[in-house]
Write a protein that binds this ligand. Structure first.
Ligand code: CTP
Length: 402
């Protein structure tokens, strides 16, 4: 169950007899590679013990806002905000009628509800109650309300209930809960199965062992594109020129290079096995005519450095491409639309992102960017936003078009 590998899951357990299935759910989540933390409502303690759940989850289990952690009996606050922000998903299973009603009306009289109200991640809710309670219009209204908040209801199953009656109200079986969550994750990962190659940063072209020709590119746009692509489920290789940035998503394959030629050679190793290539690197257009193997001394009175044109990586890739979807970047100070469109055609690209160089906003080293996404058929403007947010917007376009 690769989809759950490394996912941080906060499981909330409320006081229903179905809580006896919570340890099984924890066990299955852990087996699928997830990291699980559990919070209980006080009444859940009547049905399942924190020791069972902490043993299975390998994490402390909390059921109250405070807890004694030192020898002096000082109560320590269980930080519900921290717990909620930690989680990639929250699952409330079983969710009683009481808990569902509190969630729908933002009541907060226990740690589970406080976590729920602070959660920014997707929340899955598995109702568990007797059939008539389940059908009650008040309960149905509350479930609809939770759906309107964006929560995902894991619909109760039909079968024998604790009352001895038969009907709809049983908590969804733990294995089915896992299936539903995995399905949801897959839908959230539209780039799953895609191989994406991204270039980033500047290139440095050596003059002598200590000097080079380079530019101010920080690599932030390329790194943000790589993060977004990986978060959307793609297998990402990022080839970066010199940059101090670190990758956050460990699944990204980061390759460091220095010069344009090194970058091109690394790209070629991957190019014929990828679906999408995004050229966000600020490749140096010029390279010194000759490389001085020894450091040039001041006394040599070097007044000029003779330059020649560097390799145009993207132009070359445009010539040899087969099915790869090629996206370039264009940095323009004037005639942006026209110049970007010409680059799109000349380099045989599928799309190009136009960055407009202005005096007011320095895009180098900034966390923000804006511009236009241009294809042969359309041009879409994007307002100033974070480079990561812009990356998601660019992928939205690529997913639609490719
Ligand atoms: N690019 C490249 N190799 C180069 C120069 C640029 O692969 N030697 C790529 C960039 O990564 C970018 C696109 O080509 O995706 C356009 O880069 P840009 O610097 O805007 O344009 P240039 O082709 O260099 O043309 P000019 O500098 O004259 O505007």
């Amino acid at each position: 169950m690769l989809a759950l590998q490394g996912k941080k899951i906060l499981l909330g357990v409320s006081g229903s007899i179905a809580a006896y299935k919570s340890p099984i759910l924890v066990r299955l989540l852990i087996k699928s590679g997830a990291d699980v933390k559990v919070v209980l409502t006080p009444s859940a303690l009547d049905f399942v013990t924190p020791t069972t759940l902490s043993t299975l989850s390998k994490n402390p289990v909390n059921s109250s806002f405070t807890e004694i952690k030192d020898e002096e009996d000082n109560p320590e606050w269980n930080n519900h905000v921290e717990l909620s922000l930690w989680a990639d998903f929250m699952i409330i299973a079983p969710a009683t009628s009481n808990t569902i009603s509190s969630m729908a009306s933002a009541r907060c009289n226990n740690l589970l509800l406080a976590c729920y109200l602070s959660a920014k991640c997707p929340v899955f809710v598995a109702p568990s109650m007797d059939l008539d309670m389940y059908k009650h219009p008040g309960n149905q209204e509350n479930l609809t309300k939770l759906e309107s908040f964006g929560n995902i209801i894991l619909e109760s199953e039909t079968g024998y209930l604790a009352s001895g009656l038969k009907g709809k109200g049983r908590m969804m079986e733990p294995s089915n809960i896992i299936k539903r969550i995995v399905e949801n994750i897959k839908n959230e990962f539209p780039l799953k199965g895609k191989n994406i190659l991204i270039s980033a940063g500047p290139t440095y072209e050596k003059i002598d062992p200590v000097r080079f020709i380079g530019n101010f590119s920080s690599g932030k746009m390329g790194f943000s594109l790589a993060e977004a692509a990986a978060n959307l489920g793609a297998k990402v290789t990022l080839i970066s020129g010199p940059s101090s940035l670190k990758i956050l998503n460990n699944s990204i394959n980061l390759i460091n290079v220095v010069s344009a030629n090194e970058m091109y050679n690394e790209i070629l190793k991957y190019f014929f096995n990828i679906d999408i290539f995004i050229s966000a690197a600020a490749v140096s257009d010029f390279i010194p005519n000759e490389f001085h193997h020894l450091k040039i001394k001041k006394s040599q009175k070097l007044n000029e450095i003779s330059l020649k044109e560097n390799i145009d990586i993207l132009f070359n890739l445009g010539k040899i491409k087969t099915n790869q979807y090629l996206v370039g970047f264009a940095l323009e100070s004037n005639d942006g639309d026209k110049n970007a469109y010409n680059k799109l055609i000349n380099k045989n690209l599928d799309a190009i992102f136009l960055n407009i160089l202005s005096d007011k906003q320095n895009i180098f080293n900034s966390d923000y960017n804006h511009g236009k996404y241009i294809t042969r058929k359309k041009s879409i403007s994007f307002k100033l936003t974070t480079k990561l947010d812009l990356s998601y917007k660019i992928f939205e376009q690529i997913i639609n078009d490719s």
